[in-house]
Write a protein of this length. Structure first.
Length: 135
């Protein structure tokens, strides 16, 4: 099953921590709909602009997985409303961040740890267009 043209459900739910800890990381129907919205509004336009595959380092996280990795209690990943993207290069991640900032609608766009990855969330009808930096 695909979330979008370039994202499979397997890719969107894959987690080494979940595998290691035996956590079943499966979104429900509502969470899958949220993921489809994020993919369409944020990931796919970014992927098209970038012109190369992008690695998803985190998309959906069930409550148990989010707790295990010590994610924020209000993480939008738990609802399927956030995606973390990593090109493997801080310089390239910064390019993604800057393009997203200038061209996408989003709820939060976060530079995490000096562009170690880029977090983008989308909340249909409630986007705040917040740009944040986590050091």
């Amino acid at each position: 099953m695909n979330i979008s043209e370039h994202i499979t459900i397997e890719e969107a739910t894959r987690s080494q921590t979940a595998i290691r800890k035996g956590i079943v990381n499966i979104p429900n129907e509502h969470e899958i709909k949220n993921m489809e919205v994020v993919a369409k509004a944020c990931f796919e336009p970014l992927r098209e602009w970038y012109g190369k595959p992008l690695k998803i380092s985190s998309f959906f996280r069930c409550d148990a997985l989010n707790k295990e990795i010590k994610g924020s209690k209000t993480s939008q990943h738990v609802q399927g409303k956030a995606i973390d993207i990593d090109t493997g290069s801080r310089e390239e991640n910064e390019k993604l961040f800057n393009w997203a900032k200038a061209n996408l609608k989003y709820d939060q766009l976060i530079d995490e740890y000096n562009f170690s990855w880029v977090h983008i969330s989308f909340d249909l009808g409630h986007n705040r267009n917040q740009v944040l930096i986590i050091k």
